[in-house]
Design a protein around this ligand. Structure first.
Ligand code: CDP
Ligand code: CDP
Length: 225
């Protein structure tokens, strides 16, 4: 089957990756693959099974023997682990604060990378994550690195919490986001980093639609090449 057209969107937490990737995929009629949801899913499952999160081998085994499935729709990405719907369960604070540790292990990253490459192969797809343009799909047709100030990213997450009617502490969110950025950027394997050939888009003062339009323009430009 012919190679698909792949759009890679990487960047730190709260940069707008999932919102923008989903909308861009919708506009293009492409598949959307939320790779962060995959790392969140194994983190949730490992916590539920009481597995030591420092034990890469045990986590790798857990991934191997489990079935992880993503279902993309207009409502977002539904996540299933061995058939159980864990879509809401992967967004808790407990998962937020442990996911970077789980995602730092070679055994976990190799398994996830292979699944992501298989999902994107021969499909037109938008993938968002931390290492898509650098590692998972180094030959992606379009690579975007989305970023925004920590202040603005924390403000977005804060608003999200308040809109859901949940308690939120802005200063704590800022600390948590900065900590996750630090862990993701300094890990040994496939760290969060801008690919040399990625287009950097600073979304600090950009609206969602403006960011989507910018990416659609890049896709247009690259489809002509
Ligand atoms: O949406 P948010 O930016 O908060 O995070 P996410 O995209 O759901 O990703 C959660 C975590 O998974 C990140 O902080 C990374 O530790 C890890 N991750 C990764 O290592 N590689 C990816 N391609 C995607 C996520
Ligand atoms: O996936 P990532 O963590 O990079 O960010 P997100 O979950 O897509 O976006 C975080 C929040 O920021 C969401 O509530 C978006 O609606 C909002 N957002 C925004 O206000 N302006 C943007 N340019 C992008 C996202």
């Amino acid at each position: 089957m012919a190679k698909g057209f792949n759009v890679a969107i990487d960047g730190p937490a709260g940069a707008g990756k999932s919102t923008v990737a989903k909308k861009t995929a919708e506009k293009l009629g492409f598949l959307y693959i939320d790779t962060g949801a995959m790392y969140r899913a194994i983190t949730f499952a490992a916590l539920a099974e009481g597995i030591d999160l420092h034990d890469g081998k045990a986590l790798g085994k857990l991934l191997e023997k489990s079935e992880l499935r993503l279902e993309s729709s207009n409502e977002g990405t539904a996540v299933f682990w061995n058939g159980a719907d864990i879509t809401a369960a992967i967004r808790t604070n407990e998962v937020n604060s442990n996911v970077s540790l789980v995602a730092s292990h070679r055994e976990v990253r190799e398994g996830m990378t292979a699944m992501q490459q298989e999902l994107a192969k021969s499909k037109n797809a938008v993938l968002d994550g931390r290492d898509i343009g650098t590692h998972v799909l180094p030959d992606a047709n379009v690579k975007v690195f989305l970023t925004a100030s920590v202040e603005e990213r924390a403000r977005r997450r804060h608003l999200e919490q308040l809109e859901k009617g949940l308690p939120s502490d802005f200063e704590q969110l800022k600390k948590d986001i900065a900590k996750r950025d630090e862990l993701d950027s300094t890990r040994a394997i496939a760290p969060l980093k801008q690919a040399a050939d990625a287009q950097v888009v600073d979304t600090t003062s950009m609206g969602i639609d403006e960011v989507v339009e910018t990416i659609l323009d890049l896709v247009k430009e690259h489809s002509r090449q």
